[in-house]
Design a protein around this ligand. Structure first.
Ligand SMILES: Nc1ncnc2c1ncn2[C@@H]1O[C@H](COP(=O)(O)OP(=O)(O)OP(=O)(O)O)[C@@H](O)[C@H]1O
Length: 350
């Protein structure tokens, strides 16, 4: 749990109010993934200190426009997060799992696991308590992408699995338990049962967010998982390529069929940025994700470039966010995390 600020008793200084002109400027602040102006009750000031208090995870970058806006920089702006637990698709399950984000793709190889891993690390960077469930039982790749595959699985006295803590994220994966070659031969019901067990028998701490890396595709297994696990919102990952887009459409349709809200679309490998000459090339086509998002009325949460740095870092088990935190490529990943958390909140509150 982060910041207990919301529950703090108000002091006389907290009742300081912004002038009308300042309020107008605050109203013009936009956050990735949040449609429209933020409620004015989320802004506070106390003398020279000013606070933006959000009920979802966000990076400090959201304050940049306030720090730069005319008339507002005199304040020392701070971000206060107090992540609200939102309703999910299984109301009878306790909310200890936090807000559950299912990351899916209609097609294999589009970068779903990379997006899930980097989303989880970026959310954890904000100070949120984050879990990551590797439900990609046919090819659990998170132990490779986040490292620690060689670490022994610890079972607690209460017979529960201790999640591995990797780069600030609590990770549970069959890849830490079984040989991935064994997992690949599992059939539908067996895989689905193993997964539910992995979800239930992991000793998760009290989480703010649980990111689930679903197996690729839109068949029975994905449908069963989506129905059996608590889900707050689904993120569909695609590349801009026509074949991937057709499968992404199936993914959107699948979640809609079972009443799970689509938090949005992430377009991965949207273009290639040449590190030497700066040229940008749309290797998999142009605008695919933008068009699908508009056709299906789902938010486009991020467009992530194809970059050697992302792949290399994940192959080494240390995502770029951790390996090279100030690399400009990370800006888009951090903005994606804010956009996912903001949109998840806004949809749940609708
Ligand atoms: N934006 C990117 N830039 C460079 N490499 C990437 C990018 N996204 C993913 N990759 C690389 O592409 C490969 C496939 O990615 P990943 O395993 O995440 O795909 P997936 O959709 O989860 O695949 P599967 O369906 O098989 O589980 C990995 O080596 C990953 O590092």
């Amino acid at each position: 749990m982060i910041g207990k600020w919301l529950g703090k008793k108000k002091t006389a200084a907290d009742t300081d109010t912004f002038s009308n002109k300042e309020r107008e400027q605050l109203e013009s602040l936009r956050i990735p993934g949040y449609k429209g102006p933020l409620p004015s009750s989320w802004f506070h000031k106390s003398g020279q200190q000013a606070f933006l208090q959000l009920p979802f995870a966000a990076t400090d970058a959201v304050l940049a426009p306030l720090r730069e806006a005319n008339g507002l920089p005199q304040y020392d702006w701070q971000l206060k997060l107090n992540v609200e637990k939102l309703a999910n698709s299984q109301p009878e399950l306790p909310l200890v799992y936090g807000n559950v984000i299912a990351v899916s793709s209609g097609k294999g190889g589009v970068g779903k696991s990379s997006v899930a891993a980097q989303l989880a690390v970026a959310l954890a960077e904000t100070g949120a308590e984050v879990g990551l469930l590797d439900a990609d039982i046919y090819g659990p790749s998170l132990p490779t992408m986040l490292g620690g595959a060689e670490e022994k699985q610890v079972i607690s006295d209460s017979n529960k699995m201790q999640p591995h803590v990797r780069h600030g994220v609590h990770v549970s994966s069959l890849g830490y338990l079984a040989d991935s070659k064994d997992a690949a031969i599992w059939r539908g019901p067996m895989a689905s049962a193993a997964l539910q067990q992995l979800f239930r028998d992991t000793e998760w701490p009290r989480l703010d967010y649980l990111v689930i890396d679903l197996p690729p595709g839109t068949g029975d297994i994905q449908l069963t998982i989506a129905q059996k696990l608590p889900v707050t919102g689904a993120v569909v990952v695609t590349t801009p390529q026509t074949v991937a887009l057709a499968d992404a459409e199936k993914g959107i349709a699948m979640f809609r069929k079972v009443g799970i809200s689509i938090t949005g679309l992430v377009e991965n490998m949207s273009h290639y940025h040449c590190p030497s000459c700066g040229h940008e090339e749309a290797l998999f086509g142009n605008q695919g994700g933008v068009d699908i998002a508009s056709d299906y009325d789902v938010p486009l949460l991020a467009q992530i470039p194809l970059a050697r740095e992302f792949r290399q870092a994940l192959d080494e088990g240390t995502p770029l966010l951790v390996k090279d935190p100030s690399n400009p490529l990370n800006t888009g990943i951090r903005a994606m995390a804010t956009a996912v958390a903001a949109q998840l909140y806004q949809q749940a509150k609708k």
